[in-house]
Design a protein around this ligand. Sequence first.
Ligand SMILES: *Cc1c(COP(=O)(O)O)cnc(C)c1O
Length: 233
Amino acid sequence: MSHLIPNLQAVQAQIAQAEAQAHRPAHSVQLIAVSKTFPADNIRTLYQHGQRHFGENYIQEWHDKTHQLADCPHIIWHIIGNVQSNKSRLVAEHAHWLHTLDSEKLARRLSNQRPTQLPDLQVLIEINISGDPAKHGIAPEELPALAQAISALPRLNLRGLMCVASNTPNPAELRQQFGQMRQLLAQLQTIAPQADTLSMGMSGDMVLAIECGATMVRIGSAIFGKRDYPNAA
Ligand SMILES: *Cc1c(COP(=O)(O)O)cnc(C)c1O
């Protein structure tokens, strides 16, 4: 576990350098530590060093961890995996952010299930930016209609867009996809003026994503190490 803090610091330094290179303000990019498949103890170690934003993919695994981490009350939970209907209530009742909203049906359930005494659930629409049929997210053409529908619902605050770019080492292809996300955010802002968030960039493509305007990066393996669950993405 001793590798966690040096890894966190190295990622923070890379983010700071990428912000400077892109002439963006320091701390304009939020680091989401993606802790899926790793134990609650690892999360606590990072929490004790000041990390507050954590991302999880698998709803049951995440919910178990929320119980184990009752001693870390300031964690901000970001759900970044696919949410099936029968799991929406856990998200509505315990998450702060959902990055993977991709249907009006799920939006309606979350809106109905979000407890009124909690702040609005912060939501991002997931865009299938690579067009890969095996990936989640809506097509760019579907954005206006879904954004209008979500904006009309109480207890959800539509904050922006999320994508998983192609798994490619080709920087031109990544720049094209991240650049299109930035244009789509501008389009979204004509419908939802408060939308200010672009969640894009993972361990392998974080620097390019920041160059292209990411405001949140989701970093797993560069902090926690290699995942070896059978179902790890
Ligand atoms: C697992 C995962 C990440 C983190 O990926 P790394 O390559 O380990 O940084 C980011 N986003 C999503 C949606 C993921 O599922």
